[in-house]
Design a protein. Structure first.
Length: 284
């Protein structure tokens, strides 16, 4: 289901990007896990596309399979059924090296300098030292951290650490960048700054980005499109094209208006999650 968040606001004209060819295709994907209590269905028959250069945000209640879907698309896990295609062929992250992931837990190495952290992935790919240092410095320049290349991670603020993680992914020049709630632990001011940085880098690089978040306003602030998943098992409930012009700001009342429609449908799924966890007590 596709829902235009501006259908009830005639004075606001959507400014959609032209349709782009599909970079990533998810075709009837399901994921089931075997647990002591039985088989748990995390995702059920999901089909979707991500366009070349698109910024897609995925939201949903806790336990809906957002991170599971991201891991499948990034090649970190395999679906129980269905297929995932990148550039018209089955995804094989180990072969293609075209996909990169940034998690909430950044996984930066405290014993390495900022420069060596950024260059680490290139080292694992046996890139010659001179080239990997050059590319790492280019990535640090892109995230405005050139002056900190000799610093260690403990010497950086939370926002700076996020930018190191971003540079470490960008240095690999991935075709698709996956981000799993990367700014959830940041304070509001730092998060706003990271939104601006990420949007600037996305414009400059033309990167395709898939961004998972529990924050609806963040999704609308960043995304060309927002995909809402149902509570377990996760299915695509609604697709929201975002027509707000860029750059966007969290305090913009139009953004709040757009978020209201997404939140209304998200609340339905959150209520299902509450009912499952607490049963009849939740409805009293």
């Amino acid at each position: 289901m596709t829902r235009d968040i501006f259908q009830d606001v005639p004075e606001m004209l959507p400014m959609r990007m032209p349709a782009a060819p599909a970079k990533l295709r998810v075709l009837g994907v399901s994921r089931r896990f075997e647990e002591k209590s039985g088989v748990v269905s995390a995702l059920d028959n999901i089909s979707m596309e991500v366009g070349q250069g698109e910024f897609l945000c995925i939201v949903g209640p806790s336990g809906c399979g957002k991170s599971t879907l991201l891991n499948l698309m990034a090649g970190l896990d395999l679906p129980s059924s269905g297929e995932i295609w990148l550039d018209g062929r089955p995804t094989d992250a180990a072969r293609d090296n075209k996909l990169s992931v940034i998690f909430q837990e950044l996984g930066l190495f405290p014993w390495l300098t900022v420069l060596d952290n950024v260059a680490f992935g290139l080292k694992m790919r046996n890139v010659e030292r001179a080239e990997r240092i050059e590319r790492a410095r280019e990535a640090l320049k892109l995230v405005h951290l050139s002056r900190f290349e000799k610093h260690f991670i403990h010497q950086l603020s939370g926002g700076m650490r996020q930018r190191v993680a971003l540079a470490r992914s960008l240095v690999l020049r991935p075709d698709v960048l996956f981000m799993d709630e990367p700014f959830a632990a940041l304070d509001a001011q730092t998060r706003d700054l990271m939104h601006e940085e990420l949007e600037r880098i996305w414009r400059e690089t033309g990167q395709t980005i898939v961004f998972v978040t529990h924050n609806v306003r963040e999704a609308i602030r960043l995304g060309d499109r927002v995909l809402l998943l149902t509570f377990r098992p996760g299915r695509v409930k609604t697709e929201f094209p975002i027509g707000l012009p860029r750059p966007r700001h969290m305090e913009d009342p139009r953004l709040a208006l757009a978020a209201r429609d997404v939140l209304a449908q998200l609340k339905e799924e959150i209520n299902k999650a509450v009912d499952e966890e607490y049963g009849d007590a939740a409805s009293r």
